[in-house]
Design a protein around this ligand. Structure first.
Ligand SMILES: [Zn+2]
Length: 211
């Protein structure tokens, strides 16, 4: 005899203070829900357009590709011109017996932004086309792990500080890669501001239910 399984309440944890809260039933219309303990916004109705998020992410991929293919800085000392991409910088650091710094540059400047962009596109693009991407929960977790390590802003601040210090020693020209990194920061920030995990989950559940 099949037992009646009570429907599990919709629970959510506040992303700021971890307070576990019960969400109102799916059909109940609410404009916004705030955490009663810390006031963080937990739910806002209809503020995101999936197509805009995908457009921002695709533009981010283009900016990321340019940032990694073109030199970030160009140095000119005594007639010798030297230009280096981020990847070449990491290799040079490794060659200068600084493997830890090389790994950090590689990790925060290339690997993690790539992982964050790819995981977000993998999650959002199929949902925009009405398909539920396989391994949704795993990739959501992966994005949560990659996001704090995606420190393009910090990396760029480091580049600007060294640029100011090098100005007295050599002719320093910012490369196309550096401008592309600026663009990437703006695009990734705009995408992160629009990121609402619960909206993605809702759309995923709706797509999975129709398949
Ligand atoms: Zn809270």
């Amino acid at each position: 005899m099949a037992a009646m399984i009570p429907r599990a309440p919709r629970l959510t944890a506040c992303h700021d203070c971890d307070l576990l809260l019960r969400l109102p039933p799916a059909g109940e219309a609410r404009a916004a829900i705030r955490c009663p303990r810390c006031g963080a916004a937990l739910y806002e109705q209809g503020t995101d357009a999936p197509s805009t998020s995908c457009a921002l992410l695709l533009a981010g991929v283009v900016a990321f590709a340019i940032a990694n293919c073109y030199p970030v800085l160009m140095l000119e000392v005594a007639g010798n011109r030297n230009a280096a991409t981020l990847w070449q910088t990491a290799l040079a650091l490794h060659g200068q017996n600084m493997p830890e710094v090389a790994l950090l540059v590689l990790f925060t400047g290339i690997v993690m932004p790539a992982l964050a962009l790819c995981s977000m596109l993998y999650l959002q693009l199929p949902l925009l086309l009405g398909k539920a991407p396989p391994g949704f929960a795993v990739i959501m977790r992966l994005y949560g792990m990659a996001r704090p390590w995606c420190m393009v802003e910090v990396f760029l601040l480091g580049v600007l500080v060294s640029l100011v210090k090098l100005v007295h020693l050599a002719n320093v020209h910012p490369g196309i890669g550096l401008w592309a990194f600026f663009g990437l920061i703006v695009l990734m920030t705009a995408s992160a501001v629009r990121f609402r995990p619960y909206r993605l989950w809702e759309r995923y559940q709706a797509c999975a239910a129709t398949e």
